[in-house]
Design a protein around this ligand. Structure first.
Ligand code: PMP
Length: 396
C-alpha cells in the first residue's frame, strides 16, 4: 500500500497518523493531475478549440467518477473547494428559503464546518437551531430525536462520522425520523469517504459533502451532492462566470444545476485528480480493507489501555467505528505529547480538532488524535504505543 503513496514511499521512517486531517495523495491522482496539466489544460465551458474541448471532457468525466463513487447521477455533483465550501453552499442556498420560525437541527458532535454555517444562518435569518446531544461514548443521542424534531424543522445537518471519536452515525434512523416531520438531511461525509465508496441512494439523505484531500486526492477540491429535484430549485450561492444563463443591466438568469453552483473557474485539474483517486478506491476490496482497519484499531485501543493515565474519548470498541482514536493523558498537554511523538517520526494532531462543542461535551479542551488509513500497518501502531510510553515518562 505504502508504495502507492509517493510521500510515504520517500519517507520510510514516517509514521503518518493524521489522515483524518489530510490523507496522503495516491500516485494515480498525482499522475492524473500532471497528465491533465501537461496535456489538456484549458478553461472549461468557455472555449471552442480542441484543447478546451479536452478540458471540458476531462472535467465532466471527473463529475461522472464522483457520481459513481456515491452511486448518484453526474448532474447531481457540484464541485466545490472542499467539504467546508459544500456545507456553506447548502447553508446559503437551502437556507435562502428559510425564515424566522423555521428550525435546523445539528448535533454537538459536528466539525465547526457543519456547525458555524448554521450559527451564521441563525444570525442571517433568525431561524432556531436545535442541538442533538452526544452520549459519553461519543454516539449521537438519537433517542432525543423525536423530541427535538418538530413540525418547523426544515433541515437536519449531521456528520456521518466524527473526526474526534470515530463514532459512526446511524444515518437510516436519522433519515427515518427526519422524514416524519418532512425535514431534509445534509450529511457531512468528510471523514467517511476515506473508508470506502458510499451508496447515497441507500443512505436516503438529501445532500452530502466531502473533500478530495481526505480521500487520497488533491487539495482544493470537494464535492457537494444534492438530489436533482432539490438542486434545480435552489438559488445560487456565489455569482460569477459560468453560473448564469444570461446577464443584462437589469439582472441575470440562472444556469442549470450543477453549473449554477460553480461560479468562476472551477478546480479543474484537482477534480481530475480526485476522479483518479476515487477510481482507484473503487478498484479496492473494501470488506477486506475494513477488516484490516478494524484489527489495527483494536490493537491500538488495546495498547492505549496499558498506558497509565490515558483516557480514550468515546468508545473503546474497535468495531462499528472509523479508525480515529482521540485521547488525553492526565497532566500532559496534547501539543507537548505531539512534539515528543514528532521527534520519534510520528505525525499526530493535538488540539480541539475544530470540534469545540464536542470536546466540551466530552469534558476536555484539547486531545491527541491518532487516525489510521489504509496505508498504516502494525509498525505504525507499535511505534505510536512506544512513543506514547516515552512521552508519558519524559513529560512527567
Ligand atoms: N467535516 C469533518 C467531519 C471534518 O473532519 C472536516 C475536516 N477536518 C471538515 C468537515 C472540513 O473539511 P475541509 O477542511 O476539507 O473543508
Amino acid at each position: 500500500m505504502r508504495s502507492g503513496f509517493p510521500l510515504l514511499a520517500a519517507q520510510a521512517g514516517l509514521h503518518y497518523l493524521d489522515s483524518a486531517a489530510t490523507a496522503q495523495i495516491h500516485r494515480d491522482a498525482l499522475d492524473a493531475v500532471l497528465r491533465h496539466e501537461t496535456g489538456s489544460r484549458a478553461n472549461v465551458m468557455r472555449g471552442t478549440y480542441a484543447l478546451a474541448d479536452a478540458a471540458d471532457r476531462a472535467y465532466e468525466s471527473a463529475r461522472g467518477a464522483a457520481a459513481r463513487f456515491l452511486n448518484v447521477a453526474a448532474e447531481e455533483i457540484v464541485f466545490t473547494s472542499g467539504a467546508t465550501a459544500a456545507l456553506n453552499l447548502v447553508a446559503h442556498s437551502f437556507g435562502a428559503g428559510l425564515q424566522a420560525g423555521d428550525r435546523v437541527l445539528v448535533s454537538q458532535a459536528e466539525h465547526h464546518s457543519n456547525f458555524v454555517p448554521w450559527l451564521m444562518l441563525r444570525e442571517r435569518k433568525g431561524i432556531a437551531l436545535d442541538v442533538l446531544p452526544v452520549r459519553p461514548d461519543g454516539q449521537l443521542d438519537l433517542g432525543r430525536l423525536p423530541q427535538l424534531l418538530r413540525e418547523e424543522t426544515r433541515l437536519v445537518a449531521l456528520t456521518q462520522c466524527s473526526n474526534v471519536t470515530g463514532a459512526i452515525t446511524d444515518v437510516a434512523a436519522v433519515v427515518d425520523a427526519a422524514r416524519r416531520v418532512g425535514a431534509r438531511v445534509v450529511l457531512d461525509g468528510a471523514q467517511a469517504v476515506q473508508h470506502g465508496p458510499q451508496d447515497l441512494r441507500a443512505l436516503g439523505v438529501d445532500f452530502y459533502a466531502f473533500s478530495g484531500h481526505k480521500c487520497f486526492g488533491p487539495g482544493g477540491v470537494g464535492v457537494l451532492w444534492g438530489r436533482a429535484e432539490l438542486l434545480c430549485t435552489l438559488p445560487p450561492f456565489c455569482g460569477g462566470g459560468g453560473m448564469v444563463g444570461e446577464v443584462n443591466l437589469d439582472g441575470f438568469s440562472w444556469a442549470e444545476a450543477p453549473r449554477r453552483f460553480e461560479a468562476g473557474t472551477p478546480p479543474i485539474a484537482q477534480a481530475v485528480g480526485l476522479a483518479a483517486a476515487l477510481d482507484w478506491m473503487m478498484s479496492l476490496d473494501w470488506p477486506r480493507l475494513r477488516e484490516r482497519e478494524t484489527a489495527l484499531c483494536a490493537r491500538l485501543l488495546d495498547g492505549l489501555r496499558e498506558i497509565p493515565g490515558l483516557r480514550v474519548l468515546g468508545s473503546m470498541a474497535a468495531e462499528g467505528r472509523a479508525p480515529i482514536v482521540s485521547f488525553e493523558i492526565a497532566g500532559l498537554h496534547p501539543h507537548d505529547i505531539c512534539q515528543v511523538l514528532d521527534a520519534h517520526g510520528l505525525a499526530l494532531r493535538g488540539g480541539h480538532h475544530c470540534a469545540q462543542p464536542l470536546l466540551a461535551a466530552l469534558g476536555v479542551e484539547a486531545c491527541t488524535r491518532a487516525s489510521l488509513a489504509l496505508y498504516n500497518d502494525e509498525s505504525d501502531v507499535a511505534a505510536l504505543l512506544d512513543g506514547l510510553r516515552h512521552a508519558a515518562k519524559a513529560l512527567r
